[in-house]
Design a protein around this ligand. Structure first.
Ligand code: NAD
Length: 500
């Protein structure tokens, strides 16, 4: 085992502190983190008390109200963000290892995420120097321009499945637009956010522009969402927490954006190459062990190919190499935490008791390298009823449900048949059919004959209960700006609305 695991380059046994007003400091308490691959203690991190959360918010408020960050030119802020991208890239090996040790995901996925995070900062550095406003042709003697301005202090609360990448999606557009931030990573995976704060400090980001506070949702996240000093809250996480965030945001009617869960469908028609469809199906559900908001978790397959699809997907699922993320041979890692392991195993039990047929998996790999780790084997259910919980609810693990359809209308009905609307795909060689189905999907991220490929340049977000607003692309920058019209009178004379 020791030979096949790459020795971690990163120093894990060190102080992991929060970053408030430009200083790293201990919190009021500590949390023990566990290595998902072994279940053994990994390291300890400091966590904030209410006073420290208040200090972080106050620091971001002061940094916004007094500058210098919002008052820099767009080119100056861009220059900072370009340097940050370079720094992330120069430390990508260490960051990727840290991500894998903390989250459990295979190293190749962490490497991809770190590169994507660097790319996100670079994209928004470039975008902010491009034209953003409008000049409007209104009746003389007025001249009107429309400008975009930063919103102010942004609270940013993120989940554990893409720790550094989610921090980048939040910080990059916010900082490019001139906002200041209080970022709260997940209590399970705070390490790469702390490492990012260290890079920001090395680059001399002005005091208070970014603050990283650590701790759980109710103690540390909730006060950020409640605070009347915060102008916007950007949240990525579960629907349940999203609803709490919305209620908290009413304190001062702060702006809210929400990236929530999904139960995304992949529709497969009989004319499509079955092996290619199955290959995408594996990628769709087992990437990051199914802990992906946009995971393809429902496979809606034309009746005449349903059994063959299930047979091929089952065979391929059995071959997936489950193991520790640092093992270069590993294709699918453990789940992030003991709590997530329990949740996924509970759903598998629910599927069984609901009467669905378990085709493969449903258990944990045992012995040797799996001892103590939070592993679940790739799992496929068939025969589940439309209203069953494993069809309707987000499991967030390597658990697929295959359903069958006979008509195009039935496929669309099933695809849209959950409260979620994040992503969806259709596989067919018939361009008319593909276009009809993809247009009918009530989802924000869709594919024809592909799955999961997404781009920093394109909007990310969902319909229905999958969220409010969009991240990434120009939409992501819009979400961190206010819009102001400026009307300029080029010939000031008395208006004479009232007699003198
Ligand atoms: P979660 O809702 O439990 O937690 C998300 C974050 O919210 C964490 O930082 C947590 O500490 C914090 N939080 C919890 N309770 C809070 C409260 N009362 N007030 C303020 N903050 C609180 O979600 P999770 O388990 O960390 O992540 C998994 C979920 O995230 C899944 O539903 C997944 O689909 C979703 N997700 C969505 C996207 C997307 O882009 N749409 C991306 C990644 C993950």
């Amino acid at each position: 085992m020791a030979q096949i695991l790459m020795a971690p380059k990163v120093k894990i046994d060190r102080k992991w502190q929060q970053w408030i007003n430009g200083k790293f400091e201990d919190g009021a308490s500590e949390r023990q983190l566990y290595n998902p691959a072994t279940g053994k203690p990994l390291t300890r991190v400091s966590e904030a008390n209410a006073k420290q959360v208040d200090l972080a918010i106050a620091a971001a408020r002061k940094a916004f109200d007094e500058g210098p960050w919002p008052k820099l030119t767009a080119a100056e802020r861009a220059q900072f963000l370009f340097k940050l991208s370079d720094k992330i890239e120069s430390q990508s090996d260490e960051l990727a290892q840290l991500e894998t040790l903390n989250s459990g995901k295979p190293l190749r996925e962490s490497q991809y995420d770190i590169a994507d995070a660097a790319n996100c900062f670079r994209y928004y550095a470039g975008l902010i120097t491009k034209p953003l406003g409008q000049a409007v042709d209104v009746p003389a003697p007025s001249f009107t321009t429309v400008v975009r301005e930063p919103i102010g202090v942004c609270g940013q609360i993120i989940p554990w499945n893409y720790p550094l990448l989610m921090a980048a999606w939040k910080l990059a557009p916010a900082l490019a637009a001139g906002n200041t931030c209080v970022l709260k990573p997940s209590e399970y995976t705070p390490l790469t956010a702390i490492a990012l704060a260290e890079l920001l400090q090395e680059l001399d980001l002005p005091q208070g522009v970014v603050n990283v506070v650590l701790g759980d949702g109710p103690k540390v996240g909730q006060p950020i969402a409640d605070s009347t000093l915060v102008d916007k809250i950007a949240f990525t996480g579960s629907v349940k927490t999203g609803k709490i965030i919305v209620q908290a945001a009413t304190s001062n009617l702060k702006k809210v954006s929400l990236e929530l869960g999904g139960k995304s469908p992949m529709v497969v028609f009989k004319d499509f190459d079955l092996d290619v469809a199955v290959d995408y199906a594996l990628f769709g559900i087992y990437c990051n062990a199914g802990q992906v908001c946009s995971a393809a978790s429902r496979f809606i397959v034309e009746r005449s190919i349903h059994n063959e699809f299930v047979r091929k997907m089952t065979e391929r699922s059995k071959k997936i190499k489950v193991g520790p993320g640092l093992d270069p041979d590993t294709e699918m890692g453990p789940l992030v935490s003991e709590q997530q392991l329990k949740r996924v195993l509970d759903y598998i039990e629910i599927g069984r008791t609901e009467g669905a047929k378990l085709e493969v998996g449903g258990d944990q790999p045992k012995g040797g390298k799996y001892e103590g780790g939070y592993y679940v084997n790739p799992t496929i259910f068939t025969g589940a009823t439309t209203n069953s919980r494993i069809v309707q609810e987000e499991i967030f693990g390597p658990v697929a449900v295959v359903q069958e359809f006979t008509t195009e209308d039935e496929a669309i009905y099933l695809a849209n048949g959950t409260p979620y609307g994040l992503a969806g795909a259709v596989f067919t060689n018939d361009i008319t059919q593909a276009t009809k189905v993809v247009k009918a999907l009530r989802a924000g991220i869709t594919w024809i004959n592909a799955y999961h490929n997404t781009y920093t340049e394109c909007p990310w977000g969902g319909y229905k209960q999958s969220g409010w607003g969009r991240e990434l692309g120009t939409f992501g920058l819009d979400a961190y700006t206010e819009v102001k019209q400026i009307n300029i009178n080029l010939d000031p004379r008395p208006v004479e609305w009232f007699r003198k």
